[in-house]
Design a protein around this ligand. Structure first.
Ligand code: GUN
Length: 288
């Protein structure tokens, strides 16, 4: 039987609707408007697309959006002083520095300069530690979106075998923490994992986040498993046209899985919806 297609686009629209309602209430009842600052250094085309999309959706749900576009050769001192100003600005509740940063900038240093309470990406070392110890934190947006889709699909995740393919700080590691928090048995697989196909075949839940186009074929998937594809890879298709594909080979995985996220229209829209939700959360926490 063909897999159920998990509609991330529709789910994200529902979350944005809830965020918009919450924002309207904050305005009416408390005179508060959540504000999100996005910092982009350089001219990476993919990053520019993401940042534009974040700004547009922030405004659509009624929040304030501030974009800081900095030259590619911006010094670390200038970037850190901008972050300091945003940290001190009471109208800004969320700060996001778009990654990757140019090579001359130390990402860890920059991310850890953000006030953890405004770190809507959940990348600050304090938030990473809080998440890892099961305490209230800012949760990284992409893994949070994946978790919401999995909970919607399964109800309880307790006791399920989950394999996360990829060990990035942005997705793989926080995803594993969230699944552990929901009582899954979690394996993090990566490029050095021995017999990766066998490891993936054990999983009731597969989260693929490696950034390698169509790396996971259908014959690695346990029949009925849920496949969450975080990859967004642009490849050359027929006639020299580019097309977007995930880290999973969609057709073969969909033939075996119980449920699967498409690319595009799966995880991608959920990431920004969760960013908006995190910004509202940060605003509420900042104002008691
Ligand atoms: N680059 C790719 N994904 C992300 C993300 O979730 N947050 C930030 N800040 N940069 C990214």
């Amino acid at each position: 039987m063909a897999a159920k297609i998990i509609d991330g686009k529709a789910f994200a629209a529902k979350i944005r609707g809830e965020v918009a309602t919450h924002v309207a209430r904050l305005k009416e009842e408390h005179g508060l408007t959540p504000g999100l600052a996005v910092v982009l250094v350089g001219e990476d085309p993919a990053s520019q697309v993401y940042v534009r999309s974040k700004g547009k959706q922030t405004v659509e749900v009624g929040m304030n959006s501030v974009e800081h576009k900095l030259e590619p050769d911006t010094s670390e001192a200038d970037l850190l002083s901008l972050i300091e100003r945003l940290n001190a600005d009471p109208a800004i509740h969320g700060i996001l520095v778009q990654l990757p940063l140019p090579d001359h900038l130390d990402s860890d240093l920059v991310i850890n300069a953000i006030d953890p309470a405004k770190d809507v990406d959940g990348f600050h070392i304090s938030n990473v530690g809080l998440l890892g110890t099961g305490q209230k934190s800012m949760v990284p947006c992409t893994p949070l979106g994946c978790l919401m889709m999995l909970r919607e699909e399964h109800g309880s995740l307790s006791g399920l075998d989950a394999v996360v393919v990829g060990r990035s700080n942005i997705v793989g590691k926080p995803m594993a923490q969230l699944l552990l928090g929901d009582s899954c048995t979690v394996t993090i697989a990566h490029s050095r994992t021995k017999d990766l196909p066998e490891v993936v075949r054990r999983a009731d839940i597969v989260v693929a986040a490696v950034g390698r186009p169509e790396m996971v074929p259908g014959d690695w998937i346990k029949p009925g498993a849920t496949v969450i594809d975080v990859g967004i890879n642009r490849i050359e298709g027929e006639g020299g046209k580019t097309r977007l594909v995930g880290d999973c080979h969609y057709e073969s995985c969909a033939a075996v899985a119980g449920a699967i996220t498409p690319v595009p229209g799966g995880v991608g829209p959920m990431t920004i919806a969760c960013l908006l939700a995190n910004t509202v959360t940060a605003c509420c926490r900042a104002n008691g």
